[in-house]
Design a protein around this ligand. Structure first.
Ligand SMILES: [Zn+2]
Length: 473
């Protein structure tokens, strides 16, 4: 199995590597990011996923606890009712973050848990106990489901379990086994999955949309496009991969500590709320994923301030399975316009890295928020439905702020060079090819000459005409 340092990272798999790194950071802060990678056979999806095992840090747990109980806040049925003295007698141990797999042929008992037969037949102390399955044992760790589309197709009961596990953060797992009382366990783990939408039974989104929506990120795995990259893969030569993970000399737990301090600035939170409402995004999970993803991206780049570029960086992977392509493009244009309205240059994520790595809680984030607020007095001017409609039709509204010569006449000149205002049509939306549409809010409306009548109130002569009538009109 390849290790992380053996990966040949190229333009096709870089988004997956980045997403998994963000997911590991989020796991350490208790807010797991679930990642689904889609791609053709042979593109190396599972190789990248399994290679991440080699960079997983260690966690402390109560010694011998197969549920990975946190020493200070145990959750498992064995330890959750013990007092501090009893817990301290048990001691702790350091283990690497669990990485467990569920295949599409897995059984419910092995995934959730089943009666521990070894304990039942123990001649010295026979007892009925639960043998925890993959999910309870992956607490504070990672579960990898290869070919998740096939699992969703053939095992509806396992899919229901995953829906519960991934529905909330932390999720929940209900264990029901004959001979044991039913009990519920909290589940805090990242679910990583892979699938090939071009093979039977098709894309997960089409098989179980609910499960597809549970994934915070969906990554499209690409092929290497470069001749040299393919050569490097063939020769198995190690690459000097410029990973953000290894940059700046920060360790994984340090970056996770950074993520805990990062908050989304007020202004960017308003922007996400505007996206959610205006573009009719169905699932609230979408904006939650953008928010968490943007913060994780900032932490990965050793920053405490979240930039608009962080939101852009996770936009496609958080929305591609939740909205159609046209909406995604329009959202992207909306962000471009938002940025140009702010009047600022585009903030890049590789800005000076000393922007407050070791500052206290959110200080840098709030300063960033203030800086954004200062950057223009036309911040966050919300778009109207009409504006968005015009943009969706490709009729881009010229920005009068960028054309001071035209702004005085409040609008633009039409294709004929005549001032829009002079013609009483107010602001115009131009397609660039000479056609233009007036903003109805600026059109001078004349009152109709008489009160309007409904069709039923009209007499036959009002709506039926002979050809003779039409000629004389
Ligand atoms: Zn425990």
């Amino acid at each position: 199995m390849k290790e992380y340092r053996d990966l040949v990272v190229h333009e096709g798999n870089q988004p997956l590597v980045d997403a998994l790194e963000m997911s590991i950071l989020s796991l350490l802060t208790g807010k797991p990011i679930h990642v689904h990678v889609e791609g053709l056979r042979g593109t190396g999806k599972t190789t990248v996923v399994r290679a991440m095992k080699s960079i997983l840090p260690c966690i402390e747990r109560i010694a011998g606890c197969s549920y990975n109980c946190e020493p200070t806040s145990p959750h498992c049925p064995v330890h959750r009712n013990l007092g501090p003295e009893d817990l301290s007698l048990l001691g702790t141990e350091s283990v690497s973050i669990p990485f467990l797999e569920i295949s599409h042929a897995a059984k419910l008992g092995t995934v959730v848990g089943s009666i521990d037969l070894a304990k039942v037949v123990d001649p010295n102390r026979p007892e009925v106990a639960l043998l925890p399955g993959v999910i309870p044992r992956a607490y504070r760790g990672i579960i990898f489901v290869d070919e998740i589309n096939r699992l969703a197709d053939t095992s509806p009961e396992l899919t229901d379990v995953l829906l519960d596990v991934m529905g909330t953060k932390p999720g929940r797992l209900q264990v029901e086994e004959t001979g044991l009382p039913t009990f519920t366990l909290p589940v805090m783990c990242c679910v990583w999955a892979a699938s090939n939408p071009d093979e039977e039974p098709g894309a997960l989104e089409d098989i179980r949309r609910q499960l597809s929506d549970r994934f915070d990120f969906v990554i499209n795995m690409g092929r290497p496009q470069n001749h040299d990259t393919v050569k490097r893969i063939l020769s198995g030569s190690k690459t000097s991969y410029d990973s953000t993970w290894l940059q700046h000399g920060s360790s994984v737990p340090q970056k996770a500590g950074l993520l805990r301090k990062i908050f989304l600035p007020d202004e960017l939170a308003s922007l996400l709320a505007e996206l959610y409402v205006s573009f009719g995004i169905e699932s609230l999970r979408a904006v939650e994923a953008i928010s968490l993803g943007a913060r994780a991206r900032a932490a990965l780049n050793s920053r405490t301030n979240v930039l608009l570029d962080d939101i852009r960086g996770v936009l496609a992977i958080t929305l591609r399975h939740r909205v159609d392509g046209a909406t995604l493009i329009n959202i992207s244009k909306f962000l471009d316009e938002y940025e140009s309205r702010r009047g600022g240059h585009r903030e890049r994520d590789r800005q000076p890295e000393n922007s407050g790595d070791d500052r206290e809680d959110g200080q840098a984030a709030s300063e960033n928020s203030r800086a954004l607020a200062r950057s223009g007095d036309n911040v966050a001017r919300p778009d109207s439905l009409w504006d968005r409609l015009m943009r969706g039709m490709g009729l881009i509204r010229p920005d009068p702020l960028r054309k001071p010569g035209l702004s005085q006449q409040r609008g633009v000149t039409s294709a004929t060079g005549e001032s829009a205002r002079q013609r009483g049509h107010g602001r115009h939306y131009a397609a660039g090819g000479g056609t233009s549409i007036a903003d109805p809010r600026d059109v001078d409306v004349c009152a109709p000459p008489g009160k309007a009548k409904s069709l039923f109130q009209l007499s036959g002569g009002d709506i039926l005409f002979t050809e003779e009538d039409l000629r004389t009109r």
